[in-house]
Write a protein that binds this ligand. Structure first.
Ligand code: ADP
Length: 353
């Protein structure tokens, strides 16, 4: 049995082919297309290209060998678990394009391309938001007029759910359910988010209505005073310009004036570069503060899991964060490599059996 996972970004297409051997799924090959740095404009061509890559390199003889295609969908609105792609699923992905303007259009284009190119293969949508559906009202409501929640679905949704649930499962397998009863998972990559997990269920998460809220990220600010937007507008910045700053020019990049990449910041930090020193201190403090808040939400803290590019590699950042958390002496700290594609393949397989 073979499962293809497609993960479409704003300008790239990552794909990974899995085969079921015995009871588990094994990766056969993974590849990323980004048109040599140029944005992918035509996902139908990109998907066809991916399939040609698989046949040309003899990973499969023909696309009919593939039993299911799993799509990573960034914003799944009210959907609480993975689903076979239907018109209803497509409508949701469209509806939430304003909340995930970089990803949902690409995810949708990929699904439509597959339906056209491979109409007989089962397509499954795996939502980044689904794991967070257990977050209670007190955590997902904003302090805005309640009518906005009713009219626009304006609430916290959360993202990176596939990664948070995957690394949490790995932690539970490793330590047992008791040791991970009150866990905070920290996905620190280009995008960063933290999730508070109580007895295996998400009860709060740092990203919100869109992936802009929460802890700082590579180029996004995380939490800040929203009145700054009006202030900048009054100073002559257009809303388009402000949006660009908040999505592409803030976070590690904005504060350091060096780079959005933690490796560059660390290299400068080691040379006592002031810009890198202030950035690391600021980043670690903000993450630690969120973990502290989640310890309150969880009623204590048994386990912290770090994952993704920064979480897995930046030991110095982990140390700076953990230095703030010495008031929780008996916790486990794990570093777990996230594998969203594997999790998507597992979810897809559920619909094929
Ligand atoms: P994405 O969120 O796009 O999936 P990743 O999880 O791959 O991203 O994380 C990418 C980020 O991880 C990079 O921008 C960089 O800041 C950081 N990173 C990658 N490798 C390292 C490393 N060896 N040390 C520190 N940071 C790293």
């Amino acid at each position: 049995m073979k499962i293809l996972v497609l993960n479409a970004g704003s300008s790239s297409l990552k794909f990974e082919l899995f085969e079921k051997k015995g009871r588990s799924l094994h990766s056969i090959t993974e590849e990323a297309f980004d048109n040599h740095g140029k944005p992918i404009k035509n996902f139908k061509k990109a998907v066809a290209h991916a399939m040609r890559f698989l046949t040309h390199n003899k990973f499969i003889k023909h696309h009919t060998e593939i039993d299911g295609i799993g799509h990573r969908i960034v914003h799944g609105g009210h959907h609480t678990e993975s689903e076979i792609v239907t018109m209803n699923v497509i409508a949701t992905i469209k509806k939430f394009i304003p909340n995930a303007p970089l990803h949902n259009p690409a995810n949708l284009a990929c699904i439509l391309a597959c339906k056209k190119l491979f109409p007989r293969i089962t397509q499954v949508a795996v939502f980044d938001t689904a794991f967070h559906h257990t977050i209670p009202e007190k955590a997902y409501l904003y302090g805005l007029p309640y009518s906005f929640y009713k009219r626009f679905g304006m609430r916290k949704y959360g993202f990176h759910g596939t990664s948070h649930s995957y690394v949490f499962e790995q932690a539970r397998k490793k330590l047992g359910a008791r040791a991970v009863r009150r866990t905070v998972t920290c996905h620190l990559g280009n995008g960063c988010s933290l999730t508070a997990i109580l007895n295996g269920k998400a009860i709060d998460t740092s990203m919100g209505f869109t992936p802009l809220e929460g802890v700082p990220m590579g180029t996004r600010p995380g939490d800040f005073d929203p009145a700054i937007i009006f202030y900048l507008h009054e100073k002559g910045y257009s809303f388009a310009k402000i949006k660009d700053i908040l999505i592409h020019k803030s976070g590690l990049r904005g504060v350091s004036e060096l780079s959005s990449d933690m490796r560059d910041i660390w290299a400068a930090y080691k040379k006592h570069d002031n810009r890198a020193v202030r950035t690391l201190k600021w980043f670690a403090y903000r993450i630690a503060k969120y973990i502290g808040a989640y310890a309150v939400a969880l009623g204590g803290l048994d386990c912290i899991v770090f994952t993704a590019g920064i979480g897995e590699n930046a030991f110095y950042l982990r140390k700076m964060v953990l230095d703030y958390l010495k008031i929780f002496p008996r916790k486990h700290v794990l570093v777990i490599h996230t594998d969203e594609e594997l999790k998507i393949a597992e979810e897809t397989l559920k619909f094929i059996r």
